[in-house]
Design a protein around this ligand. Structure first.
Ligand code: PXP
Length: 239
C-alpha cells in the first residue's frame, strides 16, 4: 500500500497570517502522525514565507515517522539540511513570486549542479529525491545524477480541464513511474492531489508515497486534521 506524507506548510501559512505563534506546525505534525500519516513534509523556502528554521529544528526532534524537507538546491539550504539531517530532501525549483512550486526541477539542464548537491546530501546520510515532471528525459536524468527517488509532479494531471486531458496526463505519470521503477528509482508523487483525484493516481501502482498538503489542510479547517488525514489514508488504501 502506498504511503501518505502530509505537507504541513499551510498550517504555518495560517500562523504567518498574524505573525504569531498559532497554529503550530509542530503540533499539526504530531496529530497527522497519530492519524496515520507515514511522513511529514515541509518546504523551507528562501523567503521563509511559511515554515521557518525553528519549525524545521523542532520537527527534526519530534517527528517519529519520516521528515521530508523540500528545498531549493542552494548552498544555504544544503548547509541547513546537512546540519539538521532530515530523513529525506526533495529538491524543488523555487521562484520568489510563485504561489506554490510551479514546475518540476529541470535536471536535464543542470546535471552537474544537481549531481553535486545530490552527492553532498547523500554523503551526509540523507536520502535524496528530485521533484520532476512526468517526462522520460527528466526521469533518466534524475537517475544519471544519482538520485535515490523521484517525486513525480502531478500538477498538470490535477489541473486537467477535461477527461481526455486528464487521461493523457495520467498516462504520462504511468510511463514515468514505469521508467523510474525500471531504472531502480524509488517513486513518490504529489502536487494538487485531493480527495477526488487521488483515486486514479493511487490505482496506478508503483508509487511509494504521496505528498499531499493543500487539500488535507483545507479539509482540516472544516472537519479537523485527524479526520482529514484518516480520510486520505483510507482513499489511498482502497484505491
Ligand atoms: N510535492 C512538492 C514537491 C511540493 O512542492 C508540494 C507543494 O508544496 C506538494 C508536493 C504538495 O502539493 P499540494 O499542497 O498541492 O498538495
Amino acid at each position: 500500500m502506498a504511503k501518505l506524507g502530509v505537507n504541513i506548510d499551510h498550517v504555518a501559512t495560517i500562523r504567518q497570517a498574524r505573525g504569531g505563534e498559532e497554529p503550530d506546525p509542530v503540533a499539526a505534525a504530531t496529530l497527522a502522525e497519530l492519524a496515520g500519516a507515514d511522513g511529514i513534509t515541509i518546504h523551507l523556502r528562501e523567503d521563509r514565507r511559511h515554515i521557518n528554521d525553528r519549525d524545521l529544528k523542532l520537527l527534526r526532534q519530534t517527528v517519529k515517522t519520516k521528515l521530508n524537507l523540500e528545498m531549493a538546491a542552494t548552498a544555504e539550504m544544503v548547509a541547513i539540511a546537512l546540519s539538521v539531517k532530515p530523513d529525506m530532501c526533495t529538491l524543488v525549483p523555487e521562484k520568489r513570486q510563485e504561489l506554490t512550486t510551479e514546475g518540476g526541477l529541470d535536471v536535464r539542464m543542470a546535471m552537474q549542479g544537481v549531481a553535486e548537491v545530490v552527492e553532498k546530501l547523500q554523503d551526509g546520510g540523507i536520502v535524496v529525491s528530485l521533484f520532476v515532471d512526468p517526462d522520460t528525459d527528466q526521469v533518466k536524468a534524475s537517475n544519471k545524477v544519482g538520485a535515490d527517488y523521484i517525486e513525480i509532479h502531478t500538477g498538470a494531471f490535477a489541473d486537467a480541464k477535461d477527461w481526455k486531458a486528464e487521461q493523457a496526463e495520467l498516462e504520462r505519470i504511468e510511463n514515468a513511474v514505469k521508467l523510474g521503477v525500471k531504472l531502480g528509482l524509488g517513486i513518490n508523487a504529489g502536487h494538487g492531489l485531493n480527495y477526488t483525484n487521488i483515486k486514479k493516481v493511487a490505482a496506478l501502482g508503483g508509487i511509494e508515497e504521496f505528498n499531499i498538503g493543500h487539500s488535507i489542510i483545507s479539509r482540516a479547517v472544516l472537519v479537523g486534521l485527524d479526520r482529514a488525514v484518516r480520510d486520505m489514508v483510507d482513499l489511498i488504501k482502497y484505491a
